[in-house]
Design a protein around this ligand. Structure first.
Ligand SMILES: [Ca+2]
Ligand SMILES: [Ca+2]
Length: 108
């Protein structure tokens, strides 16, 4: 990934509770320079979060409604909400996630 000046990148599809290493490299007319190798660790997401999109500790019709709104782009989910709503882990919120959350809500 290349850019000029200050830069930032959004990473998607990372695995929870995993440490990643990254390094910035830059070049100008004098050549290349590299930063140190740095690390960050993604937050862990328990399975209990799965489907509990509004984070109230249970899976209910409220989570279904929120997931529908995310799927329709009516609300912008936080990372935690996105992870909870993406129950089939395909990195997108679709009707498939809605259906699974409905089933989860009905089982409780
Ligand atoms: Ca909930
Ligand atoms: Ca999904």
């Amino acid at each position: 990934m290349f850019s000029k000046g200050l830069f930032s990148f959004a990473l998607i599809g990372l695995t929870p509770n995993t440490t990643y290493e990254y390094k910035a490299e830059a070049h100008n007319e004098k050549g290349w320079g590299a930063g140190e190798v740095l690390t960050f660790t993604t937050l862990s997401v328990s399975n209990g979060n799965k489907g509990d999109v509004n984070g109230d500790g249970k899976i209910s019709v409220k989570d279904v409604i929120k997931t529908v709104n995310i799927a329709l782009n009516k609300i912008n989910p936080t990372d935690v909400e996105f992870t909870a709503a993406d129950v089939n882990r395909d990195n997108q919120i679709t009707i498939r996630d809605v259906v699974q959350i409905v089933n989860m809500a009905l089982q409780k």
